[in-house]
Ligand binder design. Structure first.
Ligand code: DHB
Ligand code: FE
Length: 280
């Protein structure tokens, strides 16, 4: 049976991938940020997940404003990234797991969640940067991957409550896959940031710290916010928090926090990191 070993919430800021490509991780600006990922990498090394399910939002590489699904899932044998204008390098393709993807699609559909199924899918910084952060400098990715996109780009966005419920259904879908897999679920993006408009540069540290605490112990409290609330409290890109809610929903009620970190600002963003282990 497939089993979720844990969940990780992480930022996906493109500048992180550029710092890695330019080998600037030891620069004074970046050092504390990358150091925080050491314990998470050690944990991954210890638990050896076989599959990473990555919840993220495409920002315009695979989907654009003309066609923007609320929920989409990869069902491809491999995934590639491509130039999206940030200067991120093209990486070794990420292996997929089509059979597991189709099981998730069928199971989620039976639970009333209809996803756009992508038998071809380009993955952008929302997926790629967290993968690099988890497994830096690997000649071959040590996990198969399943990308799941949740729209945070073109309004209306799925509500936080729906995303938590989607995560719960995802957790059940994973648990009902008969193959022996150790699954890690990544929720990427956030925390507070606003990249454009009159409040460009807006960050809300107290709210970010509140989210880091509530995601772990009381995700329902965050599910009560509307998307409008999140924009007001965390900036126009703050609703990326819903990716974390999907991840948290998948883990079930009992979790143990192994790591929590917050750095501000990284690029334009309040950058959160959270490692939650499922309590067996
Ligand atoms: C930044 C943050 C993001 O989430 C993103 O998608 C792009 C840029 C930033 O802070 O630079
Ligand atoms: Fe983003």
């Amino acid at each position: 049976m497939a089993r979720i070993v844990g969940g990780i919430g992480t930022s996906h800021i493109p500048a992180i991938g550029i710092a890695m490509a330019k080998q600037q991780c030891e620069d004074p600006y970046w050092r504390p940020f990358f150091q925080a990922y050491g314990p998470v990498r050690n944990w991954l090394e210890a638990v050896q997940p076989t599959v990473a399910i990555v919840i993220y939002n495409d920002h315009g590489l695979n989907f654009f404003l003309d066609k923007m699904p609320a929920f989409a899932i990869g069902a491809a044998a491999e995934y590639r990234n491509a130039d999206e204008g940030w200067g991120l390098p093209t990486l070794t393709p990420f292996p997929g797991d089509t059979a597991f993807s189709w099981h998730l699609i069928e199971s989620l559909s039976a639970a009333d969640f209809d996803l756009t199924t992508c038998q071809e899918m380009l993955v952008d910084h929302g997926f790629v940067v967290p993968m690099q952060l988890m497994w830096p400098n690997t000649p071959a990715w040590p996990v198969r991957t399943i990308p799941i996109h949740v729209n945070t780009v073109q309004h209306p966005l799925p509500t936080p409550r729906r995303c938590l419920k989607f995560g719960e259904a995802l957790g059940q879908a994973i648990a009902s896959w008969p193959q022996d897999e150790r699954v890690v679920v990544l929720g990427t993006g956030g925390l507070s940031h606003q990249l454009d408009g009159r409040r460009a540069g807006f960050i809300n540290k107290p709210f970010d710290l509140y989210c880091l605490e509530k995601i772990e112990r009381d995700p329902e409290a965050l599910a009560r916010y509307s998307i409008r609330d999140l924009v007001e409290l965390a900036g126009t890109q703050g609703p990326e928090l819903i990716q974390w809610l999907v991840m948290r929903g998948a883990l079930g009620s009992a979790v143990r926090r192994l790591e929590s970190n917050y750095q501000v600002p990284i690029s334009n963003t309040g950058s959160g990191l959270l490692l939650l282990e499922t309590a067996a």
